[in-house]
Design a protein around this ligand. Structure first.
Ligand code: AOF
Ligand code: ZN
Length: 337
């Protein structure tokens, strides 16, 4: 299974929309007769690649796979059927498939007389596809809220002159993180005021090949000619102010699993109040403004006991000298009720 996980994590495999999956086929004496991993949407699933390598040697073999074999015909055919047809004797899966459209492969295999096991290194396998797993379990994308702030919690100066508070190395770092998500989400106000491009750009500031979906949410009409409407990436305007509805729509209608929330203090507050922020990434610039826009809008909290508490999971200094910013990765502390 460790080998299957390593195969799944092969460099260059896209993180979405499909999961990363690895498969190893073992003969009765433990020798490897086939190996495979999934290379991205529309290409053969890991099991099919491993079966192709094994050929006749798949008969009587044990398939070790990081995800329960699929049971559906999606972009490709069902792997459960392919394993049965190849004469595999036993299937050991790590993670059960959380995707309701594809799950049930182990039952199909068992019904065909194949021995099955699930759960071996399941947490590690799920971690390969953290956002994908979360999205299928919750019926909505995982949400990372990213914001840049001064030491005193401001995201812009009061005269609007500060286009950025974070340093250039921090902004470059943001592009790397954007590229790990499949969706960038802002509110209509951000599009009106800041006119962001919302693309993932490399060191040379040119857009990279694969771009996340750009999503603007809010009821207001948007002026034509805004940069989000250029052809550098696809853009969707969700005409709602309801974070829950927006996320469910992105999952159900756009197959989105990981939202990078970058839009303004009001939108951030709406998501935080709805309990729909799963991870927070902040760049803290060592500067003081004393006044100016707060990084997050009112949360309706009057007392310290009601503070929205977060736990730090990573601290990194990005950039050097006067360009150094602190990047914190945090997750909300689960409230006991
Ligand atoms: C993969 N690769 O190796 C396995 C997957 O619609 P499709 O054909 O792209 O199938 C996607 C679903 O198939 C996916 O969400 C997951 O539930 C299941 N297994 N998917 O992309 C693989 N084994
Ligand atoms: Zn499959």
């Amino acid at each position: 299974m460790r080998r299957a996980i390593a195969l799944a994590a092969s460099p260059g495999v896209p993180l979405h929309p499909n999961p990363r999956v690895g498969c190893v086929l073992l003969a009765g004496d433990g020798t490897v007769v086939g190996e495979g991993f999934h290379h991205g949407a529309g290409t053969p699933h890991a099991e099919v690649e491993a079966l192709a390598m094994a050929g006749d040697r798949a008969r009587g073999a044990t398939a070790v796979v990081t995800l329960e074999p699929c049971n559906h015909t999606g972009r490709t055919g069902p792997c459960a059927e392919a394993l049965i047809a190849a004469g595999v004797d036993r299937v050991i899966a790590a993670q059960r498939d959380p995707n309701p459209q594809a799950s049930g492969g182990l039952e199909t295999l068992r019904a065909a007389g194949i021995e099955t096991d699930a759960g071996l290194l399941a947490d590690e396998a799920a971690e390969l596809n953290r956002a994908w797993t979360f999205a299928h379990r919750h019926g909505r994308p995982f949400v990372t809220w990213k914001f840049a702030t001064t030491l005193d919690g401001r995201s812009a100066a009061s005269d609007g002159s500060s286009r950025w508070v974070s340093s250039l190395p921090a902004r470059r770092d943001t592009h790397v993180l954007r590229g790990l998500c499949d969706t960038m989400l802002v509110g209509t106000t951000t599009v009106e005021v800041d006119d962001p491009h919302l693309t993932v750009r490399g060191e040379d500031d040119q857009p990279l090949g694969v771009q996340p979906l750009r999503v603007v949410m809010g009821k207001r009409e948007l002026p034509a000619g805004r940069r989000v409407f250029d052809d550098a990436a696809e853009t969707v305007h969700l005409r709602t102010r309801d974070p829950e509805l927006a996320l469910r729509t992105l999952y159900a209608e756009h197959d989105r699993h990981h939202v990078f929330l970058e839009g303004g203090p009001t939108l951030a507050a709406a998501f935080l109040k709805a309990g729909l922020v799963d991870e927070v990434i902040t760049y803290i610039a060592p500067m003081l403004l004393g006044n100016g826009t707060s990084a997050v809008g009112p949360l309706g909290i009057g007392s310290i006991d009601d503070a929205l508490r977060l736990e730090i999971v990573d601290t990194t200094v990005v950039g050097k000298g006067t360009e150094a910013n602190v990047r914190l990765v945090l997750r909300p502390v689960q409230q006991e009720d």
